[in-house]
Design a protein around this ligand. Structure first.
Ligand code: ATP
Ligand code: MG
Length: 260
């Protein structure tokens, strides 16, 4: 069964989608079978994977409401080399409609277990909230990957997220763990960033990935071309950092890593 990793942080614009898309692509380039689930009504992961969100049907919305099968919702990111369960703005309504459904926290998990055998990794791109959609991701996940910018308020936000993960662990998903904290958009010249990074290390130790993702314009340009950064400009520092992250992750699972 594929390892299910939720990419989450309720703070907006911290690099969740960029991380989910580039890691999905990096893993695929290493021969891993990858599914990327877009669980954000913004549909940024869908677009970033080169899939048109406006015409995608069915999407995560229909899947979560039990109106469509996850099999039927999967589309291929041709350039990325992985499968995508797409999302678009419809999903915002789904969050509300799901509240009345049976086993509402486990809607996603029930669908993912059906396809999990077909993948080595399933990445879930979460929206910047801790709502029922994100709870579904956390209830389904083996682990959470938390991208964060090393800013003053970052640690405060992290406390809320860690508290939510703890609650989910107690009530919904005893096996959930933190896959790792990823420092993104990192500026090594900033003293504050260095301080926050050091504080992270002292609190979370090995849970902090050694790989650091620098601020890099090529990563920000890539989505407008419908390409993961690691495809759009593979030689860029940002892309190289995501390829390093891919290797670091695979290394943890003892999966042999190629030069790709
Ligand atoms: P949201 O909370 O809205 O879903 P997010 O956490 O998914 O946002 P992204 O969409 O990945 O964050 O990134 C926010 C913005 O920052 C985007 O415009 C993205 O292209 C840009 N960005 C992400 N990572 C980097 C980076 N390392 N260097 C430069 N720009 C980046
Ligand atoms: Mg996003």
């Amino acid at each position: 069964m594929g390892r299910i990793i939720a990419v989450a942080n309720q703070k907006g614009g911290v690099g969740k989608t960029t991380t989910a898309v580039n890691l999905a692509c990096g893993l695929a380039q290493q021969g891993q079978r990858v599914l990327l689930v877009d669980l954000d009504p913004q549909g940024n992961a869908t677009m970033g994977a080169g899939v048109e969100k406006r015409t995608a049907l069915p999407t995560a919305y229909q899947v979560l409401l039990g109106e469509a099968d996850i099999y039927a919702s999967r589309l291929r990111s041709e350039q990325g080399g992985f499968d995508v369960v797409p999302a678009n703005r419809e999903l915002a309504g789904g969050e509300v409609e799901m509240v009345d459904l049976d086993k509402r926290e486990f809607r996603l998990k029930a669908e993912l277990v059906r396809v999990a055998q077909e993948y080595d990794f399933i990445l879930i791109d979460c929206a910047p909230t801790l709502n029922l959609l994100t709870v579904n991701a956390l209830a389904a996940a083996h682990a959470v990957l938390i991208p964060m910018q090393c800013e003053y308020y970052a640690l405060e936000g992290l406390t809320d997220l860690v508290a939510t993960i703890k609650k989910v662990k107690q009530k919904l998903n005893p096996g959930i763990e933190i896959e790792g904290l990823l420092r993104v958009m990192y500026d090594p010249r900033s003293t504050l960033a260095q301080q926050v990074a050091a504080e992270l290390k002292s609190h979370f130790g090995d849970k902090v990935f050694n790989t650091v993702i620098p601020r890099n314009i090529r990563l920000a340009e890539a989505p407008s071309h419908g390409l993961p950064g690691v495809v759009y400009d593979r030689a860029s520092r940002g892309a190289q950092a995501y390829l390093d992250l891919t290797r670091e992750l695979l290394d943890r699972y003892g999966i042999a890593v190629g030069a790709a």
